[in-house]
Design a binder for this molecule. Structure first.
Ligand code: FES
Ligand code: FES
Length: 161
């Protein structure tokens, strides 16, 4: 099948490449652009490991055709560092031990970033809703919620997830 030209902006940089029309965004990011921070867990839209931000909204890249990204602005986990410094959400995940095996972590951080960009002072319920599409088999979620609340400047009070 003929290839199509895709123009998009990834982590602030314009990108142009030829792709097969049925290529997933996940594969373009990982294999064409080498942005392997975005993970593939399930490949069927269930786990959230492949989450990135497209024009302010979280997207499961395993379910997204790359060809549909023409002209869109995409942010991956690699785009969060500034001047060699980790993003505050990344620092908070470390501070609160919200990372164990780490496979879910990039997707969770992208969901947290999209939430905090849109709503800098989310309630605990809003945080739970925002990360409800990101599965973590290790942490039990409490440390993740604590980390996001910390970035939002909120005191942490442990509750059952
Ligand atoms: S790999 Fe995309 S949702 Fe699991
Ligand atoms: S830290 Fe292992 S799946 Fe979340």
């Amino acid at each position: 099948m003929d290839k199509v030209l895709l123009n998009m902006v990834v982590n602030g940089k314009p990108v142009s490449l030829e792709i097969k029309p049925y290529t997933r965004l996940l594969d373009v990011l990982r294999y064409d652009l080498g942005l392997t921070g975005t993970k593939e867990g399930c490949g069927i839209g269930e786990c959230g490991a492949c989450t990135v931000i497209v024009d302010g909204q979280t997207v499961n890249t395993c379910l997204t055709l790359a060809a549909s990204m023409e002209g869109r602005h995409i942010t991956t986990i690699e785009g969060l560092m500034e001047n060699g410094k980790m993003h505050p959400i990344q620092e908070a995940f470390i501070k609160h031990n919200a990372v164990q095996c780490g496979f879910c972590t990039p997707g969770l951080i992208m969901s947290a970033k999209a939430l905090l960009d849109a709503n800098p002072e989310p309630s605990r319920e809003e945080i739970k809703l925002a990360i409800s599409g990101n599965l973590c088999r290790c942490t039990g979620y409490e440390q993740i919620i604590d980390a996001i609340r910390d970035v939002a400047g909120q005191p942490n009070k442990r509750e059952i997830f």
